[in-house]
Design a protein around this ligand. Structure first.
Ligand code: NAD
Ligand code: MG
Length: 362
């Protein structure tokens, strides 16, 4: 197995799943957490390792693995692997080139890096992708083809779902990182609080399941129901399971759940479920949903502006509420640009980032 982003929340869960299935590791790649990468190397004994942050290359304890650094190094390491499946759990647009290269090398991609599809879905063959996202796993699980009219994914509502509306704009980093149901990386936790994560997932579903269906999202506060499918005959089915990413990861890696790891949902323990509509007063970015579905390639602009905004918020350079404003200002300027090639995707991404950075400076 090839694990990219091995030191992150998904990466660590993926290694746990591989260990439980007894699946060996061929390549481990991480961003900059060399201490955790070193302990993973010791434990899983990969043939190849890669660290994005080349300034820490001399700290890698390779234990005989061939060492690569930087993104070019990652692409080279991928080309040396023989495994047919890659789990891409790198965060952000930085994961796109590894998705593209893995597909070009004839590999299947278990894709946690949803930003790949958000930014470049038009140029990615969905038959090469197995999504590692709880909602898309749920949709896949429920999908029996035929008479589907609508796919509905659920949101937890994120850390600010119960905050007074007047407090949201100025929420602090620690407020925003307190996710009610999931433990995840920092960026996706912020994306949950802004509801941008759900916009991403709607676009992800669009590229995976096609343009003939309707897509929507609602809040289900316990994150027990992950998605629902509405059929034309009036039946709605729902997928329920504990919020544990190892379930979708298990299926993506090995086509089945790890035996004896997952328990059925304790329905009586839950008592009841609470559903809410996604309110644009609380989640301003949600206003982009219909336009994104009408022009899915424009999600590239959303993604780039969001990445710059979230980074600045996490560095405490801008207020939380400014993230959505930066998205809107960038989207208004660039959303009509239609990428005609994958090179255009990289060009537009970099143009939007420059614009969003300038917005932050002023
Ligand atoms: P995280 O921040 O915990 O981990 C990110 C990983 O990527 C780390 O290993 C980091 O070292 C690595 N990384 C960062 N930049 C890199 C680069 N340039 N090159 C190589 N490696 C790099 O994030 P996460 O929560 O694990 O999320 C990873 C991806 O999975 C994101 O796209 C996220 O949206 C998606 N996802 C996460 C969850 C979840 O439960 N955490 C659920 C669904 C989807
Ligand atoms: Mg998800």
């Amino acid at each position: 197995m090839i694990i990219l982003g091995s030191t992150g929340s998904i990466g660590v869960n993926a290694l746990d799943v591989c260990e439980r299935f007894g699946i060996g590791i061929e390549l481990l790649a991480a961003g900059s957490n060399v201490a955790l990468l070193n302990s993973q190397i010791k434990k899983f004994n990969p043939k190849f390792v890669c660290l994005f942050d080349s300034s820490k290359a001399n700290e890698i304890e390779s234990c005989g693995a061939e060492v690569f650094v930087s993104n070019d190094g990652l692409l080279e390491a991928l080309s040396k692997t023989s495994g047919k499946k890659v789990l891409n759990a790198i965060v952000g647009f930085a994961g796109l080139s590894a998705t593209l290269e893995s597909i070009r090398l004839g590999k299947e991609v278990a894709l946690a890096n949803k930003e790949s599809l958000v930014a470049a879905g038009k140029f990615i063959d969905p038959s090469k992708i197995i999504p590692v996202d709880s909602e898309h796993f749920a949709l896949w699980y429920l999908n029996k083809g035929g008479s589907i009219s609508k796919m509905v994914i659920t949101a937890s509502g994120g850390a600010l779902r119960d905050a007074p509306l007047s407090m949201i704009y100025a929420s602090t980093v620690s407020d925003v990182l307190k996710h009610p149901n999931w433990t995840m990386g920092r960026k996706i936790t912020v994306d949950s609080a802004t509801m941008v994560n759900k916009l991403f997932e709607i676009i992800e579903a669009y590229w995976l399941f096609g343009d003939s269906l309707k897509y929507d999202a609602i809040i289900e506060t316990s994150s027990t129901i992950h998605a629902m499918i509405e059929f034309r005959d009036g039946v709605t089915t729902a997928q329920m399971s504990e919020p544990d990413m190892r379930l979708p990861i298990s299926y993506a890696i090995n086509g089945e759940a790890v035996p004896n790891l997952f328990r059925p949902v304790d329905i009586l323990g839950l008592g009841s479920l609470e559903f809410r509509t996604i309110d644009a007063a609380r989640y301003p970015a949600w206003r982009l949903k219909e336009e994104l579905l009408a022009y899915p390639s424009s999600a590239l602009v959303l993604n780039a502006a969001n990445e710059i905004g979230v980074e600045a918020f996490l560095d405490e350079r801008i207020a939380f509420g400014r993230v959505a404003e930066i998205i809107f200002e960038s989207y208004d300027k660039y959303s009509s640009l239609e990428p005609k090639s994958i090179d255009d995707v990289f060009l537009i991404d970099s143009e939007v980032r420059g614009y969003a950075r300038a917005l932050i400076k002023t």
